[in-house]
Write a protein of this length. Structure first.
Length: 709
């Protein structure tokens, strides 16, 4: 059997609940001039110190509210007035009794002066109305207590301005309903007593006569009706119902018979049918109200309370249980990075930091048998009393069904396939995992479940539609998002480090070996780097090592050639010297005897050599080297991201490549980073710098490829 999660409700007094809810209303409104975030943290720390680390949630909540209000109330006059206002006073019961008794006493229920009309006294109206009330109380209704109308008006002036009145009205509705019920029953009982008192007080000082008149009723019919209505009163008082035939009055004729026996019978009827039941109902309502006031049930498993402190999350880990309904042999389906097929034992899919668990439970194999076990039928014969007790058949599947408690069902089925018959007996929502849409249940397609990391998000979204407001689901979804973000960050880190090393790698070109040797050495280094990156990614994801594929880059590296300083000096010196000597000879008429030419050659050579050295220093080409071009690095980055999408998120290689190509073409995220490469920097430091710059761009590329913003 799967255990059922029950809501955790605190048992505190009414006054304690008022303080807790007043503080909640203030903190739910956010920081204000009266209560800041620092005040909130202070109250939590003080409550932990006062209540202790092993305190129960209600003790912690009450201690925190008591300490917090010591600081809040002096600042907030409206909150102070609301808390000081008395919600309930026992004197209200006395006022209701006095009002009911006075109305009954003053009511002119005897009709015409000194005459009792046996068919139309107010007594019968009161009895009939009370019988209607009793029927309404016995009528089946929802267990949830209705909220009395206008309840917020009971909580004093200005209460709505602090936002606590609606909150209190919602949580105190059962208690308030019992108190209103107490007032109603008390007033009704005293109203009947007032009528009885009026009957006898008027009978003491006045001579009343009884009679009856009717256009249609015959004496026999009237006698039978009155005998039936007054039978309980007659049995109680010992007074027989008198013969009413002589009491029939002609039009305008006065009544002649004494009304004393009728007054006794009517008073006893009121006592039996109104006063006694109403008094018992009033006592029952008073007992319930007192019990609710002393043991106020305030749910503490709400997001507000659970966010205060771990003390507000009591008990063992709370499990959100999903039933895996997959007929064997079931194809494996990825659920939260776990391959689930034919399940034999419960499987833990996810655990939050707060202790919540997402569990997957199997269906007994007997329920998938070709001849399904009938889900009805009870033992008969001499053991029929077991059927009355709800004892199911001995079949294990039926016993499992009788004790099953699950939050939702994940039904793995083929399009158009009929649902299993036993599924209708489960009182829990069903999520259908099919490729075709389902009109009567939230559906997840198998293709969507295999479509990247968002499959987990889709599962939580579907669960949220059938389990709205479940705090366990909210915390588990948050834990899943944190885990996925950590995986994404770690994956991006591995790829960024690898790309940084590849982008900063360079091989010097030697005159003896030539350019092609440098290119081959760089390609071998890239091949090794690619294998190391794949192995690191598999280790990170916990995947088994496999044979590494061929290198991702087939293009040759780009050779950046050093500008030769000697040749530049020779060419520049010759050209500059010739021009300078020619100019000097022309200006002096040949008197320099070639000195201008020599001087120009020296100055030109020095200038050209300096310029070439400056160019090499700016380009980082003090010596020629081979490196990867921006285009090659871009292809390398796409290859590694696509590989990570396949390994980390289960995308098929074609789908990963197609998605990434679309995302890459739209943004070209790494072009600016490649342009910042500095060939003059030390390779290790440059690799670290490039890795840091690549991380946010690679993370954005991942999210776009996975369908995110």
């Amino acid at each position: 059997a799967l255990p059922t999660l029950r809501r955790y409700s605190a048992s505190m007094t009414e006054d304690e609940a008022r303080r807790v809810l007043l503080l909640q209303s203030r903190e739910a409104a956010g920081a204000s001039a009266h209560w800041s975030l620092d005040d909130r943290a202070w109250a939590t720390a003080q409550a932990v110190a006062a209540a202790g680390e092993q305190a129960r949630p209600e003790a912690f909540a009450v201690a925190r509210a008591t300490l917090a209000l010591q600081r809040l109330l002096p600042r907030d006059a409206q909150a102070r007035r609301w808390l000081e206002h008395r919600v309930w006073h026992p004197a209200w019961v006395l006022l209701a009794a006095a009002a009911g008794g006075l109305v009954g006493l003053l009511a002119d229920q005897l009709g015409p002066p000194q005459q009792v009309n046996l068919l139309a006294p107010a007594v019968w109206a009161v009895v009939a109305w009370n019988l209607v009330v009793y029927g309404a109380l016995l009528w089946p209704r929802s267990a949830k207590a209705p909220r009395p109308p206008g309840l917020a008006a009971l909580f004093g002036p200005g209460s709505d301005s602090v936002g606590v009145a609606p909150l209190w009205a919602r949580h105190a509705a059962p208690l308030t309903l019992q108190r209103l019920t107490l007032l109603m029953h008390t007033a009704a009982a005293l109203l009947a007593l007032g009528l009885v008192a009026g009957l006898y007080l008027r009978g003491l000082v006045l001579d009343y006569r009884a009679g009856w008149q009717s256009t249609f009723a015959e004496p026999a019919t009237v006698q039978a009706v009155l005998a039936l209505l007054l039978a309980p009163a007659s049995a109680l008082t010992g007074i027989a119902v008198p013969d009413i035939a002589p009491l029939r009055l002609a039009p305008g004729a006065p009544a002649q018979a004494s009304a004393a026996p009728w007054i006794h019978l009517l008073a006893a009827t009121l006592l039996l049918w109104v006063v006694l039941p109403r008094a018992l109902l009033a006592l029952r309502a008073a007992w319930r109200a007192r019990r609710l006031s002393r043991r106020f049930a305030l749910p503490l498993d709400t997001p507000y309370f659970e966010a205060l402190h771990p003390l507000m999350r009591p008990g063992p880990p709370r499990a959100l249980q999903l039933l895996w309904a997959a007929p064997p042999p079931a194809p494996p389906v990825q659920l939260l990075d776990t391959a689930v097929g034919t399940l034999q034992s419960p499987l833990l899919l996810l655990r939050s930091d707060q202790g919540d668990e997402l569990q997957l439970h199997p269906v007994p194999a007997a329920l998938w048998a070709p001849a399904p076990v009938p889900m009805t039928g009870w033992r008969r014969g001499w053991r029929g009393w077991r059927g009355w007790r709800g004892w199911p058949l001995r079949d294990p599947a039926q016993r499992w069904m009788a004790t099953l408690h699950a939050d939702a069902v994940l039904l793995l089925t083929a399009p158009g396939a009929a649902r299993p018959a036993w599924l209708a007996a489960l009182a829990c929502p069903v999520l259908v995992l099919v490729d075709a849409p389902s009109a009567d249940a939230p559906q997840l397609s198998l293709q969507a479940l295999d479509d990247g990391w968002l499959r987990g998000g889709r599962l939580f979204q579907a669960l949220a539609t059938v389990l709205p407001g479940d705090p366990r689901l909210h915390r588990l979804a948050q834990a899943w998002r944190v885990r996925q973000q950590a995986r994404l960050d770690a994956t991006v880190q591995v790829i960024a480090d690898s790309l940084g090393r590849s982008a900063s790698a360079r091989v010097d070109v030697t005159p003896a070996a030539g350019d092609e040797a440098a290119r081959q050495a760089l390609a071998q280094a890239l091949e090794s780097e690619s294998h190391d990156s794949t192995r690191a990614l598999r280790d990170l994801l916990g995947l088994a090592a496999e044979a590494s594929p061929a290198g991702p880059v087939t293009a040759s590296a780009t050779v950046r050639t050093r500008v030769p300083e000697g040749r530049s000096a020779l060419i520049g010196g010759a050209a500059t010297g010739a021009l300078a000597g020619l100019k000097a000879d022309l200006l002096t008429g040949g008197m320099t005897m070639g000195a201008g030419l020599v001087t120009g050659l020296v100055l030109g050579a020095l200038g050209s050599a300096g310029l070439a050295r400056g160019i090499n220093a700016a380009r980082g080409t003090e010596r020629s080297f081979a490196a990867w071009s921006n285009e090659v690095l871009d292809r390398l980055a796409q290859h590694q991201v696509a590989q990570a999408l396949e390994l980390a998120y289960g995308l098929r290689s074609e789908l990963a490549a197609a998605r990434l190509a679309s995302a890459w073409a739209a943004t070209s995220p790494l072009a600016a980073t490649w342009a910042t490469r500095d060939a003059r920097a030390e390779p290790g430091a440059e690799a670290r710098r490039l890795s840091q710059a690549l991380r946010p761009e690679l993370a954005a590329a991942f999210k776009r490829a996975l369908g995110g913003p």
